[in-house]
Ligand binder design. Structure first.
Ligand SMILES: Cc1ncc(COP(=O)(O)O)c(C=O)c1O
Length: 246
């Protein structure tokens, strides 16, 4: 569920393979069948790092649909202890993946504001979409895909596609010179140095992915962005795209 966009899990389920859903970026998203992401009975993981829709500082959440899996995960994240916390009864190999009480308190306070936080993100996304619509039509800049049918994105980032042939890194520099941070996001994973070195991946193996990654740019995105902030970013982007060389 990358960028908070609900993946087509129903189509994957039809293949009959076991599925673990990475919903780290998609808290609050709803899929095409109207099911909240994480609610399809496949194990689903959510991340609560500070850039996420809801944060506990670090850590996350696993959603499962049966009591036995929950009991196993509860134990494994708690050093393999028995559910009753019998101190010396480690009946399986476990780890310390416990979320601290302080982190949980932060998360619970955020949870009370979740609807408001999601709505604010959706508001900022709508402002960007409106502010960038001319660039999309006139310069061919790609905007995030629209929700289809029952789908609802759980807005995580606002990523645009710089028009083909334009210097994306030049756009990043231009924004930085105007005091606006942006990030080339996401890079193609197979071209990261670890995967290149370990598995000998090279440019050209996945041309569609590489083209999308080379043109992707994440704009400033958080619930408190004001209308004026968004206008500043969209005007800067428009100005830069008129001057950055082809
Ligand atoms: C799609 C996705 N998967 C996994 C992760 C990893 O989450 P964590 O570092 O909390 O395990 C993230 C967070 O950055 C993410 O965005």
């Amino acid at each position: 569920h990358i960028f908070g966009y609900p993946a087509e899990i129903a189509a994957l389920e039809a293949l009959g393979l076991p599925i673990v859903e990475d919903a780290c970026e998609a808290l609050g998203a709803i899929d095409a069948e109207g099911v909240t992401v994480g609610g399809r009975a496949n194990p689903a993981v959510f991340g609560f790092y500070p850039n996420k829709q809801l944060t506990t500082g670090e850590g996350g959440m696993v959603c499962v649909s049966d009591a036995a899996t929950k009991a196993r995960i509860d134990s494994e994240r708690n050093q393999g202890r028995a559910p009753d916390m019998g101190w010396l009864d480690h009946d399986r190999l476990g780890f310390n993946y416990r979320l601290s009480e302080i982190a949980c308190a932060l998360g619970r306070a955020q949870l009370e504001r979740l609807d408001e936080l999601l709505a604010s993100r959706a508001r900022v996304a709508a402002l960007y979409r409106e502010g960038l619509s001319e660039l999309a039509v006139e310069q061919g800049m790609g905007l995030p895909c629209e929700d289809r049918g029952a789908e609802r994105r759980g807005w995580f980032v606002f990523v645009v596609q710089i028009p083909t042939g334009r210097d994306r890194d030049g756009v990043v520099r231009g924004l930085r010179e105007r005091g606006i941070d942006s990030k080339p996001y996401l890079p193609a994973i197979h071209l990261m140095s670890f995967y290149r070195e370990r598995f000998a991946h090279r440019d050209g193996e996945f041309p569609v992915c590489e083209d999308v990654a080379a043109r992707s740019l994440a704009l400033p995105f958080y619930p408190e962005l004001s209308d004026g902030d968004v206008t500043r970013v969209t005007e800067a982007l428009t100005e830069i795209l008129q001057t950055v060389p082809v």
